[in-house]
Design a protein around this ligand. Structure first.
Ligand SMILES: [Zn+2]
Length: 535
C-alpha cells in the first residue's frame, strides 16, 4: 500500500492550468507532489480533509515589495494568510542589491519609508546572494524569487546623479546585472517614475536590458507614466522588449487620473498587437482602484536629484519651492502628476514615520490645518516637518478599468504590497492583506467576472511561466508541494482602507514545500520557504 507524508483528501482540484476542477486527492512526499487522483487506499502520516473545498497551487505573487520585510517579518503574516507561497521581489526598479560602498547610504535613505521602523537591517551586504543568505539564515516562510532593480543598479554605479550613463558606467551596470543573473536572479525590473529610473533614457534601458537576452530573462517595468502618457509609456516598454527579444511584464497596469480612465482598452489592444508580432508582453494588476507609494512620488523627479538630503534642502529654499509648485500646478512636470490628476483630497497618508497622527489624513485635511490659501507652501512645510518619511494611498483609478484588466487573458493578479502585520500599525493599503481572497471572493464568486479556474491560473501557472519559475505554479506530479486549500463559498478579504490590518476568511490550509504552515489563520511555527534561483 502506497504511503505519503501528507494527503489532502476529497477536494476539488483546481490545478492552475485553467482547466475545469475535478474531484480527488493530492499525495505529498517530502517537498514534492507525488500523486494526484484517487488515493483512497493509501496511508499518510498526516491527512487534511478538503471535502467541499478547493485545492489549488500556492499563489505566486509576481509583483510586490516583500524584499526587506521578510527580515523583520519572517512569517510574512499578511501574505501567507492569503495563500501566497511564492513572492517575486525586487520590483519597480528597487531591489536590496547590488549595493556599492560609495552609495550605500543613499539607497538606505531612499528605502527608509518602506522599511520596518524597529528593525535593524545593518546594510552590510553588497550582492543579492549576500542579502538573501541573511534572509535564509533567519528563515522565511515564503519562497522568494528575486529580480534586479534598475534603479538600485544605477544608484550603485552613480548614485542619484541624473546625467546619462557614460560608457564606463554603462559597462559597470551591465556587468553587475550579468553577475546577479548568473547567480540566479530572475530578471530586471524598472520603476521609471522613481529616481534614478526617471533619469534613465529608453536608449540606456534598451542597452542594459540586452544583458537579459542570453538568459531569456524577463524585463518587468513600472512604466514611465500611467496617466496622461500611458499609451506612449506602454509603447516604450514593448520597444525595449522587442529590440532585445525578451519577455516584457507591464507592472500594476492601470490608467491613473480621471481624464485617462478607459485608456486601458487601448493599451491592452497594443499588447495584443505586439504579441501578434511575437513579443511576449503581458501585464499584471492589483484588484483595487487605489494605488500606494512613497510621498516623494508627488514631486517632479528634479526635486530628488542628489537624493533625499538634497530634496529636503530644495524644499526649504524659496526659489526651488516656487519652481516645484509651478511644475506641478501648471502641469509641466513630466512625471505622473498625481496632485493635478486626482486632487489633494484623494491623496491619503498611509503611514507617517515622524508623526502617526497623520496616518489616515488626506493632504486636503493636512493643508486645511495650515495655510489653506497656500496649498503648495503648506504641503512643502509639512514634508519638511516629517522629513518626507511617509507613504500614501492614491484614490485615482476607475473600478471599471480594474475589472477590464482583471478579466483580460493577458493579465496576472498581484498585490504590489509589502509584508505587514497588525503590530506594524499605520494605515497600509488593504491589498497587503486581501488581494488574492478579493480576486476569488469579490470578482469570481460575487461578480462572476471570471471563472475560478481562470482566476487561479492568473495567480499560479501564469506568473510562474512568465518569471521562469519551474516546478511551481501547478498541481502536478513532481512539482514542489506548495498548496492552498480554501472554501470558494466563503473566501473573503476583510481588510479595508479604514481598517486594513485584518486577515481574510476562507483560507483553510497553506502548504509550503510539503509542510503545513497555516491552518485557518493560525501559524504552525515552521518556515520551510526558500530562495529560488533561475538556474
Ligand atoms: Zn510600481
Amino acid at each position: 500500500m502506497k504511503s505519503f507524508d501528507l494527503i489532502i483528501r476529497n477536494g476539488y482540484i483546481c490545478d492552475g492550468t485553467g482547466n475545469p476542477s475535478r474531484h480527488g486527492d493530492v499525495g505529498i512526499v517530502g517537498d514534492r507532489i507525488e500523486a494526484i487522483g484517487r488515493l483512497a487506499d493509501a496511508t499518510a502520516k498526516e491527512t487534511v480533509d478538503a471535502s467541499g473545498k478547493v485545492v489549488a497551487p500556492g499563489f505566486i505573487d509576481m509583483h510586490n515589495h516583500v524584499d526587506h520585510a521578510v527580515l523583520a517579518f519572517p512569517d510574512a503574516e499578511s501574505y501567507i494568510m492569503q495563500g501566497v507561497t511564492t513572492s517575486v521581489v525586487g520590483n519597480c526598479g528597487l531591489s536590496m542589491a547590488p549595493v556599492s560602498d560609495a552609495h550605500r547610504d543613499e539607497v538606505r535613505k531612499y528605502l527608509k519609508p518602506f522599511l520596518d521602523k524597529e528593525f535593524d537591517y545593518g546594510w552590510e551586504w553588497s550582492t543579492l546572494t549576500e542579502f538573501f543568505t541573511r534572509v535564509r539564515n533567519s528563515g522565511t516562510i515564503l519562497n522568494i524569487a528575486p529580480l534586479v532593480g534598475q534603479g538600485t543598479l544605477r544608484i550603485a554605479v552613480k548614485g542619484f546623479e541624473p546625467s546619462p550613463a557614460t560608457g564606463a558606467e554603462m559597462a559597470r551596470m551591465k556587468e553587475l546585472l550579468r553577475e546577479e543573473l548568473e547567480q540566479g536572479a530572475f530578471g530586471l525590473s524598472s520603476g521609471l517614475i522613481y529616481p534614478p529610473g526617471s533619469y534613465t533614457t529608453e536608449r540606456e534601458l534598451t542597452e542594459l536590458a540586452s544583458v537579459l537576452t542570453p538568459f531569456g530573462a524577463v524585463y518587468a517595468t513600472h512604466i514611465r507614466n500611467e496617466g496622461d502618457r500611458l499609451i506612449e509609456s506602454v509603447d516604450e516598454a514593448i520597444a525595449i522588449g522587442e529590440a532585445n527579444r525578451i519577455p516584457v511584464e507591464i507592472s500594476h497596469h492601470k490608467a491613473a487620473g480621471r481624464v485617462n480612465w478607459g485608456k486601458v482598452n487601448a493599451t491592452l489592444r497594443i499588447m495584443e498587437q505586439a504579441r501578434a508580432r511575437g513579443v511576449d508582453v503581458t501585464c499584471d494588476v492589483y484588484p483595487y482602484p487605489a494605488a500606494m507609494t512613497t510621498i516623494t512620488a508627488l514631486l517632479p523627479s528634479q526635486a530628488l536629484e542628489g537624493g533625499i538630503g538634497e530634496m529636503l534642502r530644495r524644499l526649504a529654499d524659496p526659489a526651488s519651492r516656487t519652481q516645484l509648485a509651478a511644475a506641478i500646478g501648471d502641469g509641466t512636470m513630466k512625471e505622473e502628476n498625481w496632485i493635478r490628476g486626482i486632487g489633494w483630497k484623494n491623496i491619503v497618508i498611509a503611514e507617517c514615520r515622524a508623526a502617526s497622527r497623520y496616518d489616515g489624513m488626506s493632504l486636503e485635511q493636512i493643508i486645511a490645518g495650515r495655510k489653506p490659501e497656500d496649498p503648495f507652501g503648506s504641503f512643502f512645510d509639512w514634508l519638511l516637518e516629517v522629513k518626507a518619511e511617509a507613504t500614501m494611498v492614491l484614490f485615482g483609478m476607475d473600478e471599471e478599468d480594474v475589472r477590464t484588466v482583471i478579466a483580460h487573458p493577458l493579465s496576472a493578479v498581484i498585490s504590489d504590497s509589502w509584508v505587514t502585520a497588525p503590530r506594524a500599525g499605520g494605515r497600509p493599503h488593504p491589498r497587503g492583506y486581501g488581494s488574492f481572497p478579493r480576486l476569488l471572493g469579490k470578482y469570481v464568486r460575487e461578480e462572476k467576472l471570471l471563472s475560478l479556474e481562470d482566476a487561479i491560473r492568473k495567480i499560479t501557472s501564469m506568473p510562474a511561466s512568465k518569471i521562469g519559475i519551474r516546478d511551481r505554479g501547478l498541481l502536478r506530479e513532481g512539482f514542489f508541494a506548495d498548496v492552498v486549500v480554501f472554501d470558494a463559498a466563503t473566501i473573503t478579504d476583510k481588510a479595508t482602507f479604514t481598517n486594513p490590518h485584518q486577515y481574510p476568511e476562507g483560507i483553510e490550509h497553506v502548504v509550503v514545500n510539503g509542510r503545513i504552515v497555516v491552518t485557518r489563520n493560525t501559524l504552525h511555527g515552521v518556515r520551510p520557504g526558500t530562495i529560488l534561483r533561475r538556474i
